[in-house]
Design a protein around this ligand. Structure first.
Ligand code: ZN
Length: 941
């Protein structure tokens, strides 16, 4: 974009906020040898510096510097005047302003909401805080309260499908695990749950007092009261019940759940029932209750459960196929099911609707049910090593991403902005749909204090969503000449209101903040000049959080003209096909890789394997072959340098390629067909690379620059050799032109070597300051492209005939089609291109209707073959031929006689060319009548 004349701002900042650095410094204090070994051996951190890592900021500072040096080594053209960290004083003021602004707009809410939580750190956790960067996800369950018939103690069961209560036949308890009898919420109720469930309940703000423990076995054979239907159901044993799932007590709905269905079958086969204090008289009377039917075939779901059990060949409750059977049945009934008449007032309702109504009924009726949360992607581990839980946070501060109006605006904008790759647009919509309140503060870590509650620190996925705007301001605080630092303490929110929103009176702000009016004005102008962000690039794992919050916050805070224009999502970098990880020992620190291979090689080796959304795959083989290629380019540039060819480059206002173009145009009369062809191919190269880069198909662009064009150069060299033009000055100019354009195209990818080569080529200014090559449409030359294609095919056809006949010819006879055939060809080409007609009969009709081509009816097989010929051509080639009208095949062949004989590798072969119309042609086998335009007939002797 810079080469295209844009003033490109590429800044960089460092995100210090959050808990990971804190966790790392705790590990240093604890002398964790694994971590210290990594610092020492992988990153070569000196001993005394590692000691300083007991202070978290020192870790950040050290790696900040390493990363910055790495970026400089890589040759990123970053505007370092704008560098900042997220714990800088002015940045904190900026974040304070962001939060006060969100609060004014009513988007910060206080309340009780569930969050992922580390019990050790006593902090909410999100993706940045977990091992493996997992975003904690949890679901809202309904805890339905059954009661022991003996003594009214509550047996809570967790379910996502409360509408199935009408089909409950029994409860499942694992006889082998331990349960607790607990007093819940200051003796209000007594519950039986597992120890794990008791812990979870505490984090959901229930007060818990443990009464005593009991073995699951003690419960089996007893009866529970279902207070909703007012019936007694037996408590039965099942091994699939896990202590850490739900409450450890499961309601059994065999008419809905394949697990329950199979567990009942297993129980009936159990020979050892008496050891559980039960017998078949308790089990046999259980009747499976259908409560839903699937619309699909009018069957009750019981038969669907049965079908699924037999389909997946299940014969025991520990069978892994049960997962699949379950998801199939659940999906079917949830999306197509209706409630049966035995569900009372819910009869006939769609299952989805019944689920919500029954949930509301249960939760609004006293003592029937409670809400319960559980991770759906557990275990989630905090970076400190402890397992996380779902915690119901009271009086905590949240950003309300649930806000309907806000969501609506973001949805609309997602339809407008550019998203690359396009496939991700729907994913963004989905994220916006499910986002809810998000905890925005932590008790520990680095960062900015919540402005109205200083016990809390704004967390890392909330203080990093509009930082791009701060790059404008950071330049002014960093650069001494603006002397802004002395006013640091005076700067308040009114400053940011004016700079970023244009609100307020500049005289007042100047007084308030102790800054000159002109400085404030300059910062505001620069903000207007650069903002919005034109292109935001980030990883795919940040779509559900950072990139979505980035949109939400910009849309909430800024005017529409400052909303981001584009989001680009990329993958990560793999090493020889594997994820880089410490345990695989395949991490190479960037700076070391650059020392070993050179920055350009590393850059290209990564880019040439990268496709958007896919991970780039770095391999040493690729790096080596890239190095060879770059060296080849370099050697070529030295040869040109030594030949003193461009000592004559004299006009400092023009770049090398511009001079060459000028020079070539002045001598245009001496250009031959192959010269025009190569210059034409060069325009196509520039066009293709430019288009690939616009949609960030980087791999494709690079492949075209480095490799595809080599094939054209090699072919061009064959053509000039056949004409003995190697010493032709024009040829050299054209080759150097192509080379210089390729180097320009390469320079954004490989800046160092491109600069060196550019200099070798005799250029006096830096390639960084050069212009992106222009496509000259008038230099795209259909005639030279089609005649080149024509010669290549003719040569191939001749070689094939020689191969088939296995005879060595001394003369090749070539017959080019008559002008009558050419007229019909052009007419058919026009019909196909302009009317998209492909049917032979219709095309023939049109030919006959036109008196100029009516004679086509005498040669239907020619018309048929010609239609096939044209349809097999590329659209580009068809357009070329349409523009050309017809090709002078005879003179093209005569121009390339040497080339043809070189290519078929027969020396001293004679080539005779005739037109089909010629009267005294040599045509012993009457081959000429088979000739077609672009496909001459061939006879060998
Ligand atoms: Zn933790």
């Amino acid at each position: 974009m810079r080469m295209k004349g844009y003033n490109v701002l590429f800044p960089m900042g460092f995100h210090y906020t959050g808990t990971p650095i804190l966790a790392m410094s705790k590990r240093v204090i604890a002398e964790d040898q694994d971590l210290i070994g990594t610092f020492k051996n992988l990153y070569n951190v000196p001993e005394n510096i590692i000691k300083s890592f007991r202070e978290p900021k020192n870790i950040a500072k050290f790696f900040h510097n390493e990363i910055k040096l790495g970026m400089q080594d890589m040759g990123y053209s970053i505007d370092w005047r704008r560098e900042f960290t997220t714990i800088d004083t002015l940045y904190s003021k900026f974040i304070t302003w962001q939060f006060k602004t969100l609060q004014k707009k009513g988007l910060i809410v206080q309340g009780s909401h569930p969050v992922g939580w580390c019990p050790y750190d006593k902090n909410p956790v999100s993706q940045h805080d977990t091992i493996g960067d997992v975003e904690p996800e949890f679901s809202e369950y309904v805890l339905i309260k059954f009661r022991l018939a003996d003594n009214n103690i509550i047996l809570p069961t967790a379910t996502l499908r409360p509408e199935t209560i009408f089909g409950v036949t029994n409860l499942w308890v694992n006889p082998d695990i331990e349960y607790l009898i607990i007093d819940v919420d200051n003796n209000a109720e007594q519950w039986i749950v597992t120890k794990e469930a008791s812990t979870k309940l505490e984090f959901l703000n229930h007060s818990i007092k443990i009464n005593r423990t009991l073995k699951g076995n003690e419960l089996i054979g007893k009866f529970a009261i279902d207070t909703i239907r007012n019936i007694d159901i037996p408590i039965l044993p099942a091994k699939f019940v896990k202590p850490d799932t739900g409450t450890g007590i499961v309601m059994s709905v065999p008419g809905h759940a394949p697990y329950d269905f199979q567990a009942l079958i297993d129980l009936k086969k159990e020979t050892n029932l008496h050891s559980f204090n039960i017998d078949l008289s308790q089990i046999n009377p259980i009747k499976i209750i259908g409560i839903q039917e699937a619309n699909l075939n009018g069957n009750s779901l019981i038969s669907c459960v049965e079908d699924a059990i037999s389909k997946f060949n299940i014969n025991h409750q520990s069978d892994l196929g049960l997962e699949k059977a379950t998801s199939e049945v659940y999906h079917l009934e949830y999306y197509q099911g209706k409630m049966l008449p035995n569900t009372g007032k819910y009869s006939g309702l769609d299952v989805q609707l019944a689920k919500e109504e029954i949930k509301n009924y249960l939760l609004s009726t006293k003592n029937l049910a409670e809400i319960f949360y559980e991770f759906i992607n557990k275990p989630i581990k905090c970076r400190c090593g402890n397992e996380c839980v779902v915690k119901l946070l009271n009086d905590q501060w949240f950003i309300n991403y649930r806000d309907k109006e806000w969501k609506h605006k973001v949805h609309n904008y997602i339809d407008e902005l550019s998203i690359i790759p396009e496939d991700l647009r729907q994913e963004f919509h989905n994220v916006v749909d499910w986002l809810k309140e998000r905890a925005c503060a932590r008790k520990s870590g680095l960062g900015t204090k919540l402005p109205w509650d200083h016990e809390w620190i704004i967390e890392s996925l909330s203080d990093s969503v509009i930082y791009m705007a701060y790059y404008i301001i950071s330049k002014f605080i960093n650069e001494q000449k603006y002397s802004m630092k002395k006013s640091l303490n005076n700067i308040n929110e009114s400053f940011f209101d004016y700079i970023l929103l244009g609100i307020g009176n500049v005289q007042d702000i100047s007084k308030n903040c102790n800054l000159s009016i002109s400085l404030i004005q300059e910062i505001r102008n620069e903000f207007i000049y650069f903002y919005p962000v034109d292109s935001r690039h980030s990883g795919r794992d940040l779509v559900p959080n950072h990139l979505s919050f980035f949109l939400f916050n910009h849309i909430a805070i800024f005017e529409k003209k400052f909303w981001p224009h584009q989001i680009v999502v990329n993958g990560s970098v793999l090493m020889e096909g594997k994820k880089m990880s410490k345990s695989l020992g395949n991490i190479i620190p960037l700076r070391r890789a650059i020392q070993d291979y050179g920055a350009d090689t590393i850059r290209l080796a990564i880019l040439i394997s990268s496709e958007l959304l896919q991970d780039a795959d770095f391999s040493f083989d690729t790096a080596r072959s890239i190095r060879i290629k770059l060296f080849e380019f370099y050697t070529l540039s030295q040869q040109i340098l030594n030949s003193n060819f461009y000592n004559k480059v004299s006009n400092p206002n023009l770049s090398l390629d511009e001079l060459l173009y000028l020079d070539i145009s002045e001598n245009e009369y001496s250009l031959q067909l192959e010269d025009r062809w190569l210059i034409s191919k060069l325009q196509r190269l520039i066009n293709n690379v430019t288009r690939s880069m616009e949609t960030l198909r980087i791999r494709e662009a690079l492949h075209n620059i480095l490799y595809v064009f080599d094939q054209h150069i090699n072919w061009y060299k064959k053509r000039i050799n056949a004409k003995k033009r190697s010493n032709d000055n024009m040829v050299n100019k054209i080759l150097i032109l192509c080379f210089s354009i390729r180097i320009k195209l390469l320079s954004p990818f490989a800046p160092f070597i491109s600069e060196e080569i550019w200099n070798n080529l005799g250029s006096r200014s830096s390639i960084v300051a050069s212009k992106w090559p222009t496509v000259f449409n008038e230099k795209i030359d259909p005639l030279s492209e089609e005649s080149d294609e024509f010669i290549k095919r003719l040569t191939l056809d001749i070689s094939n005939i020689i191969k088939v006949t296995k005879k060595l010819p001394h003369t090749i006879y070539i017959y080019c089609s008559s002008s009558g055939k050419q007229k019909i060809y052009q007419k058919i080409l026009k019909i196909i291109t302009l009317t998209n007609e492909r049917n032979f009969g219709n095309i023939m009709k049109k030919l006959i209707q036109d008196p100029e081509t009516s004679y086509a009816k005498t040669n239907p097989s020619f018309v048929k073959k010609t239609v096939e010929d044209i349809l097999s051509e590329s659209v580009e080639s068809r357009n070329n031929r349409l523009n050309l009208n017809s090709l002078d095949e005879i003179s093209i062949i005569k121009d390339s006689e040497n080339l043809i004989s070189n290519e078929i590798e027969f020396e001293n072969i004679r080539i005779n060319v005739y037109s089909e119309e010629e009267k005294d042609k040599f045509d012993p086998k009457s081959k000429s009548r088979f000739s077609r335009p672009y496909k001459p007939a061939i006879y060998l002797e």
